[in-house]
Design a protein around this ligand. Sequence first.
Ligand code: 13P
Ligand code: SF4
Length: 305
Amino acid sequence: MSIHDIAEKIQELKKKRKAVILVHNYQLPEVQDVADYLGDSLDLSRKAAETEAEVIVFCGVHFMAETAALLSPSKTVLIPSASAGCPMADMITAPSLRELKKKHPEAIVVTYVNSTAEVKAMSDICCTSANAEKIVRAIDAEKIIFVPDKYLGGYIAKKTGKDMILWQGYCTVHVKILPEYILRSKKDHPRAEVIVHPECTAQVVNLADRVLSTNGMCSYVKDSDCKEFIVGTEKGMVYRLQKENPDKKFYSFDPEPVCQNMKKITIEKVLSSLEYMKHVVSVDEKIKDRAKKSIDKMLEYSRTN
Ligand code: 13P
Ligand code: SF4
């Protein structure tokens, strides 16, 4: 079957199942093209909380689908590939967070959404790259434990001047974007602006003109007078930016940053997900309510603060 035929079948089945397709900005081009909503983790979690659909097909990595399942407990949440995980989310476990909390009982725990539900359940509040600064600024505490991303945490600590204890996790994709790639690309494209994701290392962030979440990149580029951009994040982002801004130019690097986990979701798997209602994402009853509370708090903070 051609991609076009598969996409048509997906639309038919979507109606039959009363489903909505939520797609992260790093997904394959053909998967982005069948999205009802394409977005970053914050945006997609809002959509999951608001949807009237009965089924959510989540095209992203597991923690994102799990967040959707927490926010929409009455819906069936499907992930087209059961093995699409996020290595960073597995860099902190519940027992290690428990130990850290014991050492700093006075600290407030801010957890990046790239984490398991079990870790979220032990946290005071979650954040994404789009609202981390806002949330950390709004917290009235002497000390903040930030897990699991040391680069996002370090960037926010520097911006806010807060005392933050950082877990030493990182994104295995963004860490491979080296400062020399940025310098080389700036030399090749002297008029281009450098936009990077805050999961990049501090050296890369220091070379950037803007540090933005994936949706932040979309809005920034759309409103900018600049015509060329060096994109310091996963390559799926370039497809969306180019499609929405055909008059502008976008440059990735050689080698291109690819999140292999995001790419496990193919258009064929989206179709079979709807056909066979697989793979259902569920969260352990024992931790469900506590994990949801930390995400609800994030959504409330990003609305009001
Ligand atoms: P965004 O929330 O900016 O989409 O980032 C999620 C992510 O996993 C980046 O690697
Ligand atoms: Fe996880 Fe990095 Fe992939 Fe984002 S790009 S899902 S942080 S491995």
